[in-house]
Design a protein around this ligand. Sequence first.
Ligand SMILES: *Cc1c(COP(=O)(O)O)cnc(C)c1O
Length: 398
Amino acid sequence: MTTPRNDSSSGLSTRAVWAGAPEHMPEDMTVMPVFHGVTYAYDDMAQWRAVATGERPGHVYSRNTNPTVEIFEGKLRALEGAEASTSFATGMAAVSNTLFALLAPGDRVVSIRDTYGGTNRIFNEFLPRWGVDVVLCQTDDAEAIEREVAAGCALLYLETPTNPTLKVLDLKRLSRAAHTAGAKVVVDNTFATPINQNPLALGADLVLHSATKFLGGHSDAMGGVVCGPEELVRRIFHFREINGASLDAMSAFLLTRGMQTLELRVQRQNASAQRIAEFLAGHAAVEAVHYPGLDSHPGHAVAKSQMRGFGGVLAFDLRGGEAAMEQVVGNLRLAHRAASLGSVGTLVGPPSLTSHVELNAEERAAAGIPEGLVRYSVGIENVDDLIADLAQALAAIG
Ligand SMILES: *Cc1c(COP(=O)(O)O)cnc(C)c1O
């Protein structure tokens, strides 16, 4: 039955609060408890057999399914407008399980040079070992991506905006090219969040997230998720239940709790990031600001056509290069010098110590990531306080 609680035409924040929960919670609770139990017991053999063979709904073992975890999966399904979803222990488990479940030796996969560092390692280090041919294109060269896809591929893997330089890929255009070539399209939507962008509505076959970032939003739980059509998600779920990278109930509870404020947080972060990007773009010590919300950003027009907001992460390059970067990052007071992004607290760091620590300096240069780049993930603090903090950090450059 469709009710305002699970209607996919409800507003995003309505879905973030209500979707995924059963009409009646255990003990009439308003919040789903954390089901720490590993296993489930049955009254008799017939009931056990019916559940185990899938003839009637129920759970068998928490590596496969768990009621607390299902709520998290249901929220993502509703927010991404997907038929099905499955969750993982981390974002990288979502990436690797998706790739390994769908690809086979002899397949060709096309992607971009500046995917997330861990994803890049799967492409460069692990998939080739299993006989998968990997082609990584210049990220901002849509024609090169179309050419490689047309040459034949099983899967096109995209990320937009990219980490950490915020390049924007045209999802409609590239999905069309992939489908013409008979390939499936997977999009990492971590940076945008389902509040700002829904890749499935733009033509992608699967959308995945590191839930560790904006979805959870508090830097206190790790997780990942993939959403898409039943048939594809079932294949990935099957790989995950055997491979074992399942989301645990406590993390699912924390992620679900965080997700209820997702729209509020992301809207605040969108607005603050825009103001901060404009402030930095006008600062004499700053060489370049990478933020899709700026008119000057090469991907601004595409971003405007496919995103509802430009996100809470930006990056900037300093005129003083790596030495200036060290000083500015060191001078900031209202930011954690830390890996990760998407939290209520502002997080700052150079890609060489965060997202792309797995790459060496040459590989980072090849991916277009200068050693003096600062990645700044805007929290929900008062934006005037954040701008004042950036101003004092920049003023103190020697
Ligand atoms: C962090 C991140 C990942 C990996 O997620 P984990 O939860 O850290 O494993 C994947 N993609 C992007 C874009 C990320 O930012």
